[in-house]
Design a protein around this ligand. Sequence first.
Ligand code: G3P
Ligand code: CA
Length: 270
Amino acid sequence: HSARDIAPGAHPLSVVAHRGASEDAPEHTLTAYRKAIEDGADALECDVRLTADGHLVCVHDRRVNRTSNGRGAVSSLELADLAALDFGSWKGEATDREAPDLDATAVLTLERLLELVADAGRRVELAIETKHPTRWAGQVEDRLLTLLDRFGLTKPPTGEPPAVRVMSFSARSLHRVQAGAPAVPTVYLMQFLSPRHRDGRLPAGVGIAGPSIRIIRKDPGYVERLHRAGNQVHVWTVNDPADVELCARAGVDAVITNRPKQVLSQLGRR
Ligand code: G3P
Ligand code: CA
């Protein structure tokens, strides 16, 4: 996807719900994403991992230990194993044994999230992050593109901006996505600013930079350098009002936040 089509510096600042409205609800649950949509988020961020039986699920960590009552790596568990776990109680989500609130406690498949977005009743974009995909040598991206294709998301109708983008810290993963779905924009995530990208240029074919807020705090001028090189800038994770202000002033294109409602309100959008 050409960087030019994405219009660097386009406004208003897009608000992306990081793992859903994850400050208020357990991350990556249907409840967290529903709330983000109700709150007015422009887009939803999610991390995807492959289960032992080949399903893409929305889980951040390699293991389920932090966000569920289970143990073990996602890659060594089957979807049925994950479905038996409680992904809500760690966040204080009360579970009523008689009538458990599955939306707030069940593992979320990417497929279910795509259905939620398709039924949202308004345009809601998706920013999907592939986690440590190199280990699976392309299986994550293959499965991801098959699903996106099924939901009509790999080829946006002419004149319409793409509603989904794929993010990764791995340029290899992004290149696999570009090869399989050239119309899907890719976001190169950066934890630190490497000398290779200091001038604003990104890995081949990538049109969006995803720097951490720490990079922007240290070097707000980086936003302009990225724009001059033809890239959009999506910053994570922007929760502090001072950081929202900094991003807005620096002309960032999207902020990825755990608190979409508060950020939209700070930006005067609700
Ligand atoms: O949106 C990018 C950001 O989510 C990357 O960091 O660890 O929260 O996945 P992490
Ligand atoms: Ca992420």
